[in-house]
Design a protein around this ligand. Sequence first.
Ligand code: ADP
Length: 453
Amino acid sequence: MKRNLILSAGILAIVVLIAVQTFIVGQIWRQNETLLLVKYRQMAVNGLDFFEKEYRTNGFDTAFYYIDYYSSLVLQTNEFRNSSGEELDTVKRIVLNEVRRMLDEKQYLSKLLSDYLHKHKVDGNITVLIDINYFDLIDLNTTHTLYVSENYLNSRTDKSRILVSRFRNEDNFHRISFDFYIDITDRRAIIMRDIAISLVMSSFSIVVVILIFILAYRNLLEERRLSDLKTDFINNMTHELKTPLSTISVAGKTLELEQVISNREKIIETARLIGKQSVNLNQLINLILEISIWERTEFEPEIKPVAVGPVLNEIIAGFRTGTAGKAVITDNISLEGLTINADVTYFTTMINNLLSNAIKYSPGDTRVNVEAYADGKEIFISIKDNGIGIGKQHQKHIFDKFYRVSHGDIHKTKGLGLGLYYVNRIVNAHGGRVELESQPGKGSTFTVILPLY
Ligand code: ADP
């Protein structure tokens, strides 16, 4: 519940962060866009001033000359003079298109401006747009003005265009007004380049926050897992300590019973039971002491060359006797003449732990097989059982301190979750590794791999 709350709070915080960052970057983008438009507009206006002063032109002289000449020709045509209604509309449209074409083709402001901007290191691809506001023909003979442009102008509303100037010209045969716009086609790329650092930094901060959150959350889960494991350990421990203690106390009480006092055999039997349970208790307490010593001091085995074959045979033989026929233990040891660097005590504890687990977790017809061989560099000792096996999800934790696979009833098999933890530590201290192959219901094979001497 708490974990879910933390996860939701974290995700919410990240979503808010992303939203805020997106908003900020959006603002920066808009500001940059406005600045860019203002800058280009200013540069273009400066350019126009410069052309006026330097070249005595606004770039449209030729275009105006052509348009005026064309206007005079149009005024003389019969189509224009005599037509009316739809016919006249068509003619007006043709005239206007022609004027537009001449404005586009005969002007050289675009060229001047583009050179000027590039000379002033204002980069970007510039396109030019001319929007006619009105165009009238002036008939000198009749002193009439013919409003050609009526109804045919649709003003464009692209706000990314930059209005550089509004031009107005009146000549002998025409009157015109139009707006001159420039547009920066690669505007987005330019802004992107300008705000790249902000963008990178904000993405980076989001990534950092997400990473920190993931790390913190994983840490939290790990802490939770360890604390659960510790609780399990304490429960198991209490159980393990309680069993011999209650046996001893019951046995003690038994000794007080009249019919037991008079029965010598019963007394001896009870005394033996007490003795056995005390040994168990003692072993447990020693184990706990050992754990705390192992935890506090660096784990330093006394390593010396050991003839591994005979040692292993001895351990297996001892174990066989200890199990007193409870399990069939077969072996196939081919380690003649081979030596490894090891601490025999630890090595024995390690193999014993693996053997006792193999039996402990193989109920019924228990068969354990120990194989040992070498490949010139390393020795392999594999202990195979036909037991309950270990599920994939547990395999990566199996060597963790206190970790036990829970089978519903955690006290079904006794244990503290330390056996494999020690196995792993011992093997590592010997410069080796442990591998596990297991299938639930089929059995497990633990393979200890140690370097040869
Ligand atoms: P313990 O046996 O005290 O619980 P271990 O560290 O020896 O602790 O083992 C950890 C867990 O790994 C055990 O609780 C058991 O679930 C599982 N396990 C160990 N060895 C085997 C095995 N040979 N077969 C199946 N499960 C095993």
